[in-house]
Design a protein around this ligand. Sequence first.
Ligand code: AMP
Length: 532
Amino acid sequence: MDGQMMDYQLTVPAIVRRCEAMSGAREVVSRLPDRSIHRTTYAAVIERSRRLAGALAALGIGDGDRVGTLCWNHHAHLEAYLAVPSLGAVVHTLNPRLSADDLAFIASDAGDRALIVDAPLLPVLASFRARTAIEHVIVVGEADELPHDALPYEELLAGGEPRDPVEPHEGQAAAMCYTSGTTGRPKGVLYSHRSTALHSLLSLAADGLAIAEPDVVMPVVPMFHVNAWGLPFTSVLAGAKLVLPGPHLDPESLLELIQGERVTLTAGVPTVWLPLLDALDREPGRWDVSCLRALVIGGSAAPPALIQAFDERHGVPVLHAWGMTEMSPIGTIARVPAGLADAAPGEQLAARASQGRSLPFVEVRARGDRGFAPRDGTTMGELEVRGPTVARSYYGGAGAEQFTEDGWFRTGDVVTVDRFGQIQIQDRAKDLVKSGGEWISSVDLENALMGHVAVAEAAVIAIPDERWQERPLAVVVLRDGATATADELREHLGRTYPKWWLPDRVEFVDAIPRTATGKFLKTALRERYAGP
Ligand code: AMP
């Protein structure tokens, strides 16, 4: 017998309807590329998104069309997030930090028909547009020189007839983002209205990010990286005030916004938070960050020392999360499980520094050499996941080998799972160091190195070795004015790890190259150091 409940469609327009009915007066604050602060409300953003939808429809954009964005975090980008899916079209965020070749590939593979671009990013567009089929270019902000066929965003909106949303089916695509492509070509992930709505709902849950209307949310993670981890949609659903920092991600600009707007939750990759911690440490008492109830770290492992430093020195609670472009992106969040409520502080810190436990309906399993790994916290295996916010395939059928026959997604992350279901990432499968037939976790070594007082950043890679097959090499950036020798760092690691884990070589550098999403670019390090 079927149940008799409504088949209510979980869609982006449904997210918007709730916000409009209840939280229209909540603010959306943006720092624009020229550094000025722009203030508006959800009511105004929603009204403008209807005009944008009308204008796009007048250009012939409709059901299933892809509309690209090449924008930083600001209100106009949010308007595109809401307008494009309300037409039944797909908002496709492009990462301006990618190479022209990657952007040309991604925009043509996706078949973007129109593109909304920040004026300062026009040179990026010019570097690849000729290799795409983009028909319409819409420019946000003032530019000295516009491409001959460009449409200024504000003029387009002023002339746009407000258009009510269509009623998309929840299975329809709402948004699109390409994987960072560290292995092979970038692959397109198509988020449905339903996965977007469910990911937002899960982020509201107390065991998720617990976002609610009184929150002030500042996604430092760019809106071109997995929809800023879903935070714009989540904040609209909750009616939480949004603070969008534009391209200005230096510690001073971020701290000004946190203090000035009384931000309660912010989120970004460790490489954003390491310099911010340094800024707080350098001038104790200059900044008031007592408003923060959660600083979410994800995208790469959060070193326990970073978690502890924010907590203990600055009273900022860190929330460590793991996810992937293919997972909308949040997969797990680290909180102390009820079973460890009375555990020693060290054990509780270890739980918070693990990748944590999966969101409701996101299931995890680790596939080892001999079947699925037991949940013993020590046996390693490749993490596989499934759930309503996880991709079931890539756009155009690329990367089919990443999906198992029984419908799970193979993450490529090597993990242990413990009795509480907490996962601990040991490495990307390709980053593990295999020395003399035994695995060494580069993530563990990096975390331990970043726990040394003199170390600002550290990345560990495998380099070929005649005798041991591979050995770890550490690339280290020291803190300003600090000193440490390779032997001192090895001695520090030797307190926790066996001798054969210790890197034979430590290279001191001024900066570690980063990927377009701010992670350490290990392929570049391998190219530089893995030779003879
Ligand atoms: P992306 O799809 O670009 O966001 O990259 C996803 C990958 O980033 C994951 O498969 C992990 O290897 C890595 N990652 C994301 N979050 C974390 C985390 N909290 N700890 C360790 N690795 C992470």
